[in-house]
Write a protein that binds this ligand. Structure first.
Ligand code: ZN
Length: 452
């Protein structure tokens, strides 16, 4: 995105008061094509989500018309302040995204994008960093698992911190064994590609004791293990690291924009395959917390590695608030589809902050209950806890499993299994495949915790 200084352009785009997303273009001789997209008839319909979609529709139209340059009028976005500019730029990058397997050359759409008016310049850096972060997550999630192995994923996350004030540590199998991350190691033992733990630390508020811990699931391929997934459920198993990618990029965006907040991303990374080393149903394993876990479903592996991630965030990184982010359960897709992510929390105030952040990011989250009666469903006869429910409520019991490892710190659990990846896009800024879910909401959530 560049400021416009009277360069020759193929098209100019403006959101107008009209039926939502109605698109018209006007072609005149010796003048740029004028693209108009409806933003709704009234201002009440205008919010970051709508803004994202309208600008995405703008770039999609410019690409369809094979324009090589387009001027985007961001005045309508600016009515919503910084969140509006963030949304518009995310919409432009997202709508222009063309999925490829390669991880390079994906940041800019193949269309020269200019913006006006110049006055919104100060809002641009944050918006561009966020959009880049989201595109980066989409690239990683779309990347095939034979290319993005645990070791490559770890190295990629390290590479992404280059030039940023982020400290990145990668712990290998030997170090994890020494530390006792039994749950992560048990899942990782299913593959010759051994597991890693990646930690990204950003200290934006050195005088503040508070530290936000973002724990993201990084299963680079999830076959289900011996509890093998059905053929239909195999679609998208390469994207089971979407939570890990999202928390890493949220930290990068916070660091790049100099946010005044301390935040640490903890990303347990492994594969879940079938081999001699794989877990079998009925196995009992340990964990970094010291708790024992009865594994009754080898496809419920995400919560095992996240349990160790949570304990690490608390005991090794001194995090004071926790957010885990994972493509965790198929059950959440059955309940909320690709429209909203499921949330659980033990802290109403933190949950309210999440909702406020989601308003700014234009994403949807929906809270599930943590009634104590559900706890019985994960009671084990052989270990401290079991990894699947005795009777339904799969998304809730997955969250409650993780709650046991939060040591009573304020905690949010985001199940993005339905929103991280989509076969049929819900909104214009999405394309088939990865969506970059949660990055923007985590970013705004962290900002809202500044100086508290
Ligand atoms: Zn699984």
């Amino acid at each position: 995105m560049k400021a416009y200084h009277k360069e020759p352009i193929d098209a100019e785009f403006t959101p107008i008061y009209d039926e939502y997303l109605r698109t018209r273009y006007h072609i005149e001789v010796d003048a740029p094509i004028r693209i108009d997209v409806g933003r709704g008839m009234e201002d009440t319909e205008w919010n970051p989500l709508a803004c994202k979609e309208v600008y995405a529709q703008g770039i999609k139209t410019a690409l369809k018309l094979e324009c090589s340059s387009c001027l985007f009028d961001l005045s309508a976005a600016a009515e919503l302040g910084q969140a509006g500019i963030d949304a518009a730029v995310e919409g432009i990058y997202g709508g222009g995204y063309q999925k490829r397997f390669a991880m390079t050359n994906q940041v800019e759409p193949s269309l020269k994008c200019y913006f006006c008016p110049e006055g919104i310049q100060p809002e641009l850096p944050e918006a561009v960093e966020l959009a880049r972060a989201i595109i980066s997550v989409r690239n990683m999630v779309n990347c095939p698992a034979n290319i993005l192995t645990p070791s490559k994923f770890s190295q990629e996350l390290l590479a992404q911190t280059k030039g940023l004030p982020v400290q990145c540590s990668i712990y290998n199998k030997e170090e994890l064994t020494q530390k006792g991350l039994d749950a992560l190691l048990s899942v990782g033992a299913s593959s010759e590609n051994s597991p890693f733990l990646v930690v990204l630390r950003y200290n934006g508020a050195p005088d503040d004791e508070a530290r936000l811990g973002l724990i993201g699931k990084g299963v680079t391929i999830d076959s289900g293990g011996y509890c093998l997934k059905s053929q239909a459920s195999m679609a998208g198993i390469k994207g089971d690291m979407a939570g890990g990618a999202a928390v890493a990029q949220a930290v990068c965006a916070l660091a790049a924009t100099g946010a005044h907040v301390n935040v640490t991303a903890v990303i347990p990374i492994c594969e879940n395959r079938i081999s001699r080393g794989s877990l079998l149903p009925g196995d009992v394993i340990g964990s970094l917390s010291g708790r024992t876990i009865e594994v009754l479903n080898t496809d419920a592996e995400g919560r095992l590695i996240l349990a160790d991630g949570l304990t690490w965030a608390i005991r090794e990184e001194n995090c004071t608030r926790l957010v885990d982010v994972a493509t965790l359960t198929g059950a959440i897709c059955a309940m909320l589809g690709s429209v909203a992510a499921g949330v659980m929390s033990n802290d109403d105030e933190l949950y309210m902050k999440l909702q406020a952040a989601a308003e700014l990011s234009g994403e949807r989250y929906w809270r599930m209950p943590t009634f104590p009666e559900y706890e019985r469903l994960i009671q084990s006869d052989f270990a401290d806890i079991r990894n699947t429910s005795k009777d339904g409520c799969g998304s809730i019991t997955a969250g409650l499993f993780l709650k046991r490892f939060t040591e009573d710190l304020p905690w949010l659990h985001l199940d993005i299994a339905g929103t991280a990846d989509t076969g049929s896009p819900v909104w214009q800024h999405q394309t088939q495949g990865a969506t970059g879910a949660a990055v923007s909401t985590l970013f705004h959530l962290a900002l809202s915790l500044e100086n508290h």
